[in-house]
Design a protein around this ligand. Structure first.
Ligand code: NCD
Ligand code: ZN
Length: 352
């Protein structure tokens, strides 16, 4: 394939990290994702969080009801559980038997709806032991929470103080380092292959491939570009783009699209989260094209995720065209509205 095509065909991608919330907003956000992706890993940080298989099944039923209402029969939600200090080894084994695809580890207080997260990983040893034994992946929000650590350093410090000790203690535990944002994380995952075995992978969002931290402050404060982990310096964006487009199967697509109503973002203490679901594939195509690597998009978006999760690759094909798409300034979100990433601007690529 030429590296400046105007149209590309891909195996249909999946989103390996997504927030769709619950209640009357779910239908609107689900429609955007289901238009592009065949499957998505559904994050469990609801209020209250999805901590048990029974809660996940009930949530899955509500998702299915919304898909039915949308007339969508070509989208599969992949369910996860929220790890707490009290998660038992039995719940892990039950989750594995019932098709749950991973446990999400939120350090308590690290991000939106993480108060019930893990206070100290030592409390989770029985659950982690069971995950390692049955091959259940641990999905990690990789930031320390201590207020003394600068917010721009929290991911790098997490690698040294939490992730590396965790991997030493549980060398066979499958880990996804979610929404990585730094050069340190990209290099850590790149260099993590041990003895021909790869137990750790990472997801990367479109905003971290396309923007650096200046985007939060361009001409004034830009709440819709604020997410966690927060955007970093340009050198980090470049390292992430290099990792995503390298063809290394340890890096794959996870939008971390995280809807918050307009009013919850444009306020004195605005929520963290970017809504990228509206045209996420267009954003990724732009990022890959910016370094002449559109030919690497299919592996990142459609192959490496299912391979890591030991799920079959999709067979359906989709087509992206280089045709600028206007992004509305607001979209419906239940009874409220949401401001999507790139609101009022254009995205260079669109799904046919
Ligand atoms: C996410 C959310 O809103 O649920 N926010 C975010 O900024 N990414 C939580 C998360 O994934 O950290
Ligand atoms: Zn997230």
């Amino acid at each position: 394939m030429s590296n400046s095509p105007t149209q590309i065909q891909l195996t249909q991608p999946d989103d390996w990290h997504l927030h769709i919330r619950d209640g009357d907003v779910m239908k609107d956000v689900l429609a955007d994702t289901a238009r592009q992706f065949a499957r998505a890993i559904i994050m469990p940080n609801l209020k209250p969080p999805i901590t048990t298989v029974d809660l996940a099944k009930a949530y899955q039923d509500r998702i299915q009801a919304n898909l039915n209402a949308l007339g969508v029969n070509s989208f599969t939600p992949l369910m996860t559980l929220y790890l707490t200090d009290n998660t038992s080894a039995d719940e892990v084994r039950k989750a594995m038997a019932e098709g749950i695809v991973g446990f999400k580890f939120y350090p308590a207080g690290a991000t939106t709806n993480s108060d019930a997260g893990v206070s100290d990983l030592k409390r989770c040893h029985a659950a982690l032991e069971a995950m390692q034994a049955v091959g259940m992946p641990l999905l990690v929000h990789g930031e320390v929470t201590s207020s003394e650590i600068d917010i721009f350093d929290r991911e790098a410090v997490f690698i040294d103080t939490v992730l590396e000790p965790l991997r030493k203690k549980f060398p066979d535990l499958k880990i996804v380092f979610e929404h990585i944002t730094t050069k340190q994380a990209a290099h850590y995952v790149r260099d993590a292959m041990t003895g021909g075995k790869n137990t750790i992978a990472a997801t990367i969002t479109p905003q971290h491939l396309l923007m650096n931290r200046n985007a939060i402050f361009t001409g004034g404060i830009r709440p819709h570009n604020y997410c966690l982990p927060v955007l970093k310096r340009e050198e980090h964006r470049i390292a992430l783009l290099e990792a995503a487009t390298s063809g290394n199967s340890s890096f794959f697509l996870g939008t971390d699209s995280a809807p918050h109503a307009k009013g919850a973002k444009e306020t004195a203490c605005g929520c963290a989260g970017c809504y990228s679901a509206f045209n996420a594939l267009g954003l990724y195509a732009e990022a890959f094209e910016s370094v002449g690597k559109l030919d690497q998009l299919e592996g990142f978006a459609s192959f490496f995720g299912p391979d890591f999760y030991s799920l079959p690759r999709n067979s359906k094909k989709i087509t992206l065209v280089k045709q600028a798409q206007n992004i509305p300034s607001e979209l419906p979100l239940g009874y409220a509205t949401i401001v999507p990433l790139r609101a009022g601007e254009t995205i260079a690529w669109s799904l046919v």
